[in-house]
Design a protein around this ligand. Structure first.
Ligand SMILES: Cc1cc2nc3c(=O)[nH]c(=O)nc-3n(C[C@H](O)[C@H](O)[C@H](O)COP(=O)(O)OP(=O)(O)OC[C@H]3O[C@@H](n4cnc5c(N)ncnc54)[C@H](O)[C@@H]3O)c2cc1C
Length: 820
């Protein structure tokens, strides 16, 4: 009987916790349990009935009455929370409010509703967009000579600039109504990708006007006059925009800028008007040196309160023609020795009329909110596109080179040591393309994924760095020596640019992603904090009480579900599919549940300290992003039509991501400041220890080996990049040679066998081929195929060399810093 009662207790407890039952249900269930125990007489002692069921039942029922609960419990917690909560500054609040939550909230909840992921429309382009990608974009890629651009002129040739302007590349996000292409986020992402895969400088040049800047700001917030005046000109490339936020003293902390505008009267076009006198000093501004229209962020002050918004109005954005009196613009920085335009600009006592403020006076002081809203979508498109295409491009060239390049008598790609980085390129190409495409599709559905865009930015650009390094390593000296035929070095050099812009990665990983995610995507936290900050105490207490009750149920459910799913390795977790990916959905659910538990405790325990405990926050960001990347990998597999050949890639990615997630949890537990919570969390997440081991050597070797030839899978993994088969093109030569080497493979085997048997005296060179023909080992046709492969290989492995004078510096060498 005692055993039966114990079983009923456990089952009841689990059922209530897992369904997040309301307090009243807990109370009634506890009393029912007490009644049953008494009715069965002797099954439990009276003391046990009182402690286990009767007293908790009464307490739960009393606490389920909001007024009583508030009086005895939540009002006190409310006070404590209020006193320890750090004040959220206005700019922090605006950053938090920007954007929307979507799949990230599902992961934070620990109970992902798969439909919300799988129902996101399969990434696609309209006919017009596809034609643009296949037509003008392909053409632009053919026109771009990256070496000439970055080495000879440190700029794109005039005809490339003009082609991009004339074909609307600089106005892809501007609506058709305003003369732009009005393309979807998916199309923008793919077009930027394709161009950046050919030349990072050209990619950035196209990316910037289509990312956060005048075009987008005018589309969203501009007055009708501003839109009519500028949008069509921007769309047609008649105006070149830039956007200046960063200043010498305000980099990551951009809101801390010293650039100021003061509301005053001044002369404009011969008339005295109310306007703003500006003083600013900005740097690192992309397109700045060639811009005709400067978007400027500054702090607006209104000492006489003439705008009626107080004296300290706040961050404000204006559009200033760069030929306006007092604007100092034109000098260049030389970021990563890349050829895109970037430079400082400044202004001293520059007077502008009020109608140059983006959105007019109504939007004065709203600048930070406007920027954060644009960033939440822009960051989801631009840098993920550049990061992903760099990985796909690196795979395409590296897989070809690894087959073509032979050492010790075999293709280097066949060697296990080389196959390892090639396999990483395979997995990341698949995974990041899935994430890029799904995230762009989310934006096209109207989401503004602020947390997802942050994690995707830092993950894609970090992966870009790692995978380009892999590609460099596989190429050895061939990639180290720069020159016209080097197709990797420019990307290698440009990596730090991608890492640094739109929120430098360290900050984005360790400060933004998890903290913002916890506040925005956690089901109750934001409600509790908003309630605690409510000026109206009574209202605040009421709202806090409601959120707190929900949070308690959430915590209880997390404890149980996390433990049970971990104990069973996710075997009973949910999955939307029954096929070969079922177990990966289930394991993903299990880790999301673990994340919900640990994330909740990390926030509850560290609170405002999270800003300082960045190593823990960074690892939580890694877990969240691994969960996200795994989700989009599974979605990609579905969207691609569940291609069986790609299943081993999905499986290897899953094994790696799950191992990475377990490692990050382990590190969080090892470093969590509270020993009791640390031990408890470890027990609930790893009751049977860590089990994920990562993909095996054998699986990885197979993935890499499959890449050493032309195949549909290789094309799929590198889809939508610029591919040439023209042997006179710097990457076309690889594709052409790979074809020739594949064609010669069987003939070569015979030839090598003959060499080994001593039937032919010399090693593989053209004379030896002649000998093989003389001895009847090869016929003329076969010899021709072998020779063609050998000659093409010869070209692929060449590196550039220069006369010393050819390597002299070019351009104006006088730096303003050096001159000081
Ligand atoms: C090539 C290039 C193009 C750019 N284009 C533009 C543009 O068009 N318009 C524009 O306005 N700006 C532009 N920027 C500026 C860019 O956004 C900034 O460089 C970036 O915000 C970082 O600022 P910073 O370089 O001053 O680094 P810092 O702010 O000095 O940061 C240095 C390091 O400290 C880390 N860090 C800083 N604060 C924290 C924190 N609280 N927690 C953890 N880590 C932290 C950062 O992650 C970084 O790793 C560009 C920059 C470059 C290099």
């Amino acid at each position: 009987m005692t055993l039966l009662m114990t079983l009923i207790f456990i089952v009841g407890f689990v059922a209530l916790a897992i369904t997040e039952a309301k307090l009243i249900i807990w109370g009634l269930a506890a009393l029912a349990y007490a009644a049953l125990a008494l009715a069965l007489g002797g099954a439990l002692s009276l003391n046990a009935v009182a402690v286990l069921a009767f007293i908790p039942g009464i307490v739960f029922i009393l606490l389920s009455v909001p007024m009583i609960r508030r009086l005895v419990l939540t009002n006190h917690i409310y006070k404590a929370v209020k006193s320890i909560l750090p004040r959220v500054s206005r700019t922090e609040q605006e950053a938090l409010d920007a954007g929307t939550v979507g799949w990230d909230a599902e992961l934070f909840s620990g109970r992902p509703q798969w439909g919300k992921l799988l129902d996101i429309e399969k990434p696609h382009l309209t006919e017009e967009e596809q034609a643009f990608l296949d037509g003008p974009t392909e053409e632009a890629c053919k026109m771009i000579d990256d070496w000439d651009t970055r080495h000879n002129r440190a700029d794109m040739p005039e005809e490339v600039w003009q082609y991009l302007k004339d074909n609307g590349f600089l106005g892809m996000l501007i609506s058709k109504e305003h003369g732009g292409l009005g393309f979807t986020a998916q199309a923008q992402s793919m077009i930027v990708s394709k161009i950046a895969g050919r030349s990072i400088a050209a990619g950035i040049t196209v990316m910037v006007p289509n990312s956060l800047g005048p075009g987008e700001l005018l589309e969203k917030y501009g007055t009708k006059e501003q839109q009519d005046k500028y949008l069509e000109r921007l769309a047609k490339g008649k105006e070149v925009p830039c956007f200046a936020l960063t200043a010498p003293h305000a980099g990551s902390d951009a809101a801390g800028m010293r650039d100021v505008g003061v509301v005053c009267e001044g002369m404009h076009e011969g008339k005295k008007v109310l306007g703003v006198k500006l003083n600013w000093e900005k740097r690192y501004i992309t397109l700045g040196p060639v811009a005709t229209l400067l978007g400027l962020a500054f702090n607006l002050y209104d000492p006489e309160n003439r705008l009626g918004k107080g004296t300290n109005v706040g961050i404000t954005l204006a559009l200033i023609p760069t030929d306006h009196e007092g604007v100092n613009i034109g000098r260049r920085h030389y970021p990563a020795r890349s050829a895109f335009m970037n430079g400082p600009n400044s202004g001293k006592d520059v007077f502008i009329p009020l109608d140059w403020i983006i959105g007019g006076t109504e939007y004065c002081g709203q600048g930070w909110r406007m920027l954060m809203e644009c960033l939440s979508t822009g960051r989801a498109i631009s840098l993920p596109a550049i990061g992903t295409v760099s990985i796909k491009q690196a795979l395409r060239v590296t897989s070809a080179y690894a087959r073509i390049r032979r050492q010790f008598g075999i293709s280097i790609g066949m060697m296990e040591g080389v196959a390892e980085p090639v396999a990483r390129l395979v997995k990341d190409s698949y995974m990041y393309e899935g994430a890029r495409a799904t995230t762009a599709a989310m934006v096209d559905e109207g989401q503004k994924p602020s947390v997802i865009s942050a994690l995707l930015k830092y993950r894609t650009t970090d992966a870009m760095r790692e995978r380009i390094n892999d590609a460099m390593d596989v190429h050895g000296g061939r990639a180290v020596c720069d020159g016209p035929s080097n197709y990797l070095f420019a990307g290698y050099q440009a990596v730090p640019v991608a890492i640094t812009v739109e929120g430098a990665n360290i900050l984005t990983r360790t400060l933004i992603t998890f903290a913002q995610g916890a506040l925005r995507a956690h089901p109750f936290l934001y409600k509790e904090i908003s309630a605690a900050q409510n000026e109206n105490v009574a209202e605040g207490q009421k709202a806090f009480d409601k959120a707190f009750a929900g949070h308690t149920g959430f915590m209880l459910r997390n404890i149980l579900a996390s433990f049970l799913h971990s104990l069973t390795f996710g075997r009973f977790a949910s999955s939307p599919r029954n096929g070969p990916t079922k177990i990966y959905y289930q394991r993903l659910h299990r880790y999301a549940q673990n994340f919900a538990l640990v994330g909740d405790w990390v926030v509850a325990f560290l609170g405002g300290d999270l800003k300082r405990k960045q190593r823990i926050s960074g690892r939580m960001a890694d877990i969240l992003s691994d969960l996200y990347l795994m989700s989009t990998t599974l979605k990609r597999w579905e969207d691609d039509g569940a291609i069986a050949d790609d299943l081993p890639i999905v499986q290897a990615i899953a094994e790696d991501r799950f191992a990475a997630i377990e490692h990050s949890f382990d590190q969080v537990f090892n470093n969590f400041p509270n020993p009791v919570l640390r031990t408890l969390m470890r027990f609930l997440v790893f009751p049977l220890g860590r089990r994920a081991k990562g993909s095996s050597d054998r699986e990885n070797y197979r993935l890499a080996k499959a890449m050493l030839r032309h195949s549909e899978q290789r094309d799929r993994l590198t889809r939508d990049i610029f591919v040439s088969f023209d042997p006179s093109d710097r990457t076309g030569i690889l594709e052409d040679t790979l074809q020739k080497v594949e064609e010669a493979a069987e003939i070569e085997k015979r030839f090598i066998r003959a060499l080994k048997k001593g039937e032919i005296a010399r090693r593989l060179d053209r004379d030896a081929i002649d000998d093989a023909v003389d001895k009847g080992i090869l016929n003329d046709n076969e010899a021709g195929i072998l020779r063609a492969a050998d000659e093409a290989t010869d070209k692929v492995i060449q590196v550039d060399d220069f006369a010393s004078k050819e390597l002299g510096a070019h351009g104006d060498n006088q730096s303003n810093v050096a001159a000081q």
